[in-house]
Design a protein around this ligand. Structure first.
Ligand code: AMP
Length: 185
C-alpha cells in the first residue's frame, strides 16, 4: 500500500486540531504540525524556540526560510516517508507552497489532497476566545486572521489549480465534520 499524503488548511480555530487527531488515528499518518513543532521548541527553550516565541506571541509568522528548513527535514524522515503525512499549518505563504513542491519532488513523492476546513471568521473568533490558549490574545487572534486572509487564502487557488483542493464544511458536530472529511479522500 502506498502512503497517503495530505495537507489540511483552514483558519485558526476551524477545528483542524480535532480533525487532524482523528485522521491520524484512522489512517495511520504522521501528523506534522508546524505550530506544535514551534510550541515544543518554545517550551524546551531551544534556539529555534527563542527566535519563534516573540513572533508567535504577536500572531506574526515565523520566516519562510526557517519554516521551509524545518518542514524539509521532517518530511524526509523515515517514519513520514513510510506512513505518509498530514501536514498542518504549512504551507502558509506562496513561498512555502513553492518550496513544498520542490521538497516533495526531491523526495520523489506527491500530494494526494489538500483539505480546506471551511469555517466563517465570526465563528472561529468565538471558538478561539473560548479555548483560552496562552497565545490567544484578542490582538494576536486578529493578526493571525489578517495573515490568513492575505498570505494563506491565496493557497486555496494554488491547490485548486493542481486539482488537489477539497473544501469541507467545518460547521457542525465533530463526527459530522469528520464524515465529510473522509468522504473527500
Ligand atoms: P498554529 O498552531 O498553526 O496556529 O501556529 C501557531 C503559530 O506558529 C503561528 O501563529 C505562527 O506564528 C507560527 N507558525 C506555524 N506554522 C507556521 C508557518 N508555516 N509559517 C510561519 N509561521 C508559522
Amino acid at each position: 500500500m502506498t502512503a497517503t499524503r495530505l495537507i489540511i488548511l483552514g483558519r485558526q480555530g476551524s477545528g483542524k486540531g480535532t480533525q487532524c487527531g482523528r485522521l491520524v488515528e484512522n489512517l495511520g499518518l504522521v501528523h506534522v504540525s508546524t505550530g506544535d513543532i514551534l510550541r515544543t521548541a518554545v517550551e524546551e527553550g531551544t534556539d529555534l524556540g527563542r527566535r519563534a516565541r516573540v513572533l508567535m506571541d504577536k500572531g506574526d509568522l515565523v520566516s519562510d526560510e526557517l519554516m521551509i528548513e524545518i518542514v524539509g527535514e521532517r518530511l524526509a524522515k523515515f517514519d513520514v516517508l513510510k506512513n505518509g503525512f498530514l501536514l498542518d499549518g504549512f504551507p502558509r505563504t506562496p513561498a512555502q507552497a513553492e518550496a513544498l513542491d520542490i521538497i516533495l519532488s526531491d523526495l520523489g513523492v506527491s500530494l494526494d489532497r489538500a483539505i480546506n476546513l471551511d469555517v466563517p471568521v465570526d465563528e472561529v473568533v468565538k471558538r478561539m476566545l473560548a479555548r483560552g490558549r496562552a497565545d490567544d490574545t484578542e490582538e494576536a487572534i486578529r493578526r493571525r486572521l489578517e495573515l490568513y486572509e492575505s498570505s494563506t487564502k491565496p493557497l486555496l487557488a494554488w491547490f485548486k489549480k493542481r486539482g488537489l483542493l477539497a473544501v469541507v464544511d467545518g460547521l457542525g458536530s465533530e463526527d459530522k465534520v469528520f464524515e465529510r472529511v473522509i468522504a473527500v479522500l
